[in-house]
Ligand binder design. Structure first.
Ligand code: ADP
Ligand code: MG
Length: 489
């Protein structure tokens, strides 16, 4: 299927071509025809799957650009408002459709001027409600979109949204988009949508298949080492590390900084200005690693994030979906990595079930493995380097005092300095141990299936196994059975 199959107006089609979009994404394929036919829709699709174009293109195609506000898009955050507005501007500019962005924390005057000239406004709930209730603006949009509806409810905007709808014309087409569909969303949909068509991109399509998902099992105190080892090993371009608390963000930022990484933290109570500066640093590449809380990373859209790390597994499946959706955007591939302790394995299983994907368990590479892989990289790198005049001159100078083999050893050592891998040899649990723990977790969850967890571990697991095994007992109900071994660490 191609975009031309939708028979958009030439100015819209041209904008699509200029944006470089070749083929509609799954949610676009399903939603666009329904919106063009005039239906209300409720659409579920993961972040990064092209929802903005899924609603933006078909509503703009129906606009008259008669100088009135014809479309209203409500989004949870200021950043999203700016992003969505930029994207819509791109699609609409050739059709003479102006956009206005409306959010709190700025002066009213300019915003109101822009709204007067706009065909579409993209607004956050708070400021929009404020403008409507105070009578500063009156709008009659025929198209109303709730984007990232689940995030808006999570952020506590339900009352504002309901109130906003009392100011909107009842003759309208309403489109609701959400990455997840909890009950509260369905209830809201019943209130504001009229015989909506449902667009649900099946789970496997909606969980962006560009994202590979891995998890590693570690002991609580190994999280920092595990994280550093994995960063060393995976060599991410840009990555985001998710924590549960602001406190943890701060701690990790200083820890990673001390390890020589270019890191910055992002949390909910940062000043807007500071937040923007930080995000710009990340986008433009001065910062490689972002450490963030869920709230802080809402709406963060950076296209080339290669890895998302869950330093702690999130509390619920929805957060997991939102977090990992920060990578693998715009057709690129990404990797999501989650650190769990043995007692969190059940959460992994639950998320897998809720989300409908499979996370693959892996073992954290040993120091030697990382060292070797770095050495291979370095060798390939050296072999691919072009010999320069300044290189030749440097060797000539060194040759005054040193023989050529010593020079080579010195230069190689210099290069290796950067690749020194820190930390202990083994971090985290091995595959067999993880297998065993998963079985137990599953057994202790269901009915008592008798003597669960009796499968014997292979002998000779040594130090690591014992240690790992001890803490694996958790709530598995076999307390005491194997606890006779002394703690080894
Ligand atoms: P969502 O709202 O689902 O999170 P966006 O609408 O923000 O996703 O789209 C994510 C990225 O993918 C944007 O950079 C957008 O320009 C790009 N994109 C959207 N649709 C297509 C398409 N059909 N082909 C190529 N890129 C696309
Ligand atoms: Mg979006």
């Amino acid at each position: 299927m191609k975009f031309t199959d939708f028979n958009f107006k030439p100015t819209i089609q041209q904008a699509i071509d200029e944006a470089g979009f070749k083929e509609p994404s799954p949610v676009q394929k399903e939603a666009i025809p329904l919106v063009l036919e005039g239906h209300d829709i409720i659409a579920q699709a993961q972040t990064g799957t092209g929802k903005t174009a899924a609603f933006g293109l078909p509503i703009m195609n129906q606009m008259k650009s008669d100088g009135s506000v014809e479309g209203l898009v409500i989004v949870p955050t200021r950043e999203l408002a700016m992003q969505v507005s930029d994207e819509l501007y791109r699609f609409g500019k050739l059709s003479g459709l102006k956009t206005a962005t409306v959010y709190g924390g700025t002066a009213y005057g300019k915003q109101i001027d822009r709204i007067r000239q706009a065909s579409i406004i993209v607004a956050t709930p708070g400021r929009l409600q404020d403008l409507l209730m105070s009578g500063r603006i009156t709008i009659k949009p025929q198209f109303v979109v709730l984007d990232e509806a689940d995030e808006m409810l999570d952020m506590g905007f339900l009352d504002e949204i309901k109130n906003i709808f009392t100011f909107l014309p009842s003759e309208r087409q309403t489109l609701m988009f959400s990455a997840t569909m909890p009950k509260a969303i369905r209830r809201l949909a019943e209130e504001i949508l009229k015989s909506p068509k449902t667009v649900s991109i099946t789970k496997s399509e909606s969980t962006n298949t560009n994202i590979t998902q891995h998890y590693y099992v570690v002991q609580e105190r190994e999280r920092d080492d595990a994280l550093v080892r994995l960063i060393d090993y995976k060599n991410p371009g840009k990555c985001i590390i998710f924590c549960r608390m602001k406190k943890e963000v701060d701690r990790l930022v200083s820890h990673l900084t001390s390890q020589g990484f270019k890191v910055s933290g992002l949390h909910g109570d940062m000043e807007q200005k500071q937040r923007e500066v930080t995000i710009r640093g990340f986008k433009q590449g001065g910062i490689d690693i972002f450490v963030a809380t869920d709230v802080a990373a809402r709406g963060l859209d950076v296209n080339d994030v290669t890895h998302v790390f869950n330093y702690h597994i999130p509390f619920d499946s929805e957060s997991y979906v939102h977090r990992i959706g920060r990578t693998g955007r715009a057709g690129k591939t990404g990797e999501a990595i989650t650190l769990v302790t043995p007692s969190e394995l059940r959460t992994i299983k639950r998320i897998e079930k809720d989300v409908g994907t499979k996370m693959v368990t892996q073992v954290i590479p040993t120091r030697l493995e990382v060292q070797n892989s770095k050495a291979d990289e370095l060798i390939a790198n050296i072999a691919g380097t072009e010999i320069t005049q300044s290189g030749i001159d440097l060797v000539k100078t060194l040759q005054h005092d040193l023989d050529i083999v010593t020079i080579a050893h010195l230069l190689a050592s210099k290069l290796q300095e950067k690749h020194d891998i820190k930390g202990k040899e083994h971090i985290g649990l091995g595959l067999e141990e993880i297998e065993l723990l998963i079985q137990r977790a599953m057994q202790s969850r269901g009915n008592d299936r008798g003597r669960g967890g009796q499968r014997r571990r292979r002998p000779g697991g040594g130090n690591r196994s014992n240690r790992n095994h001890r803490s694996s007992r958790g709530s598995s109900g076999h307390r005491g059975k194997r606890s006779n071994k002394p703690r080894q660490d």
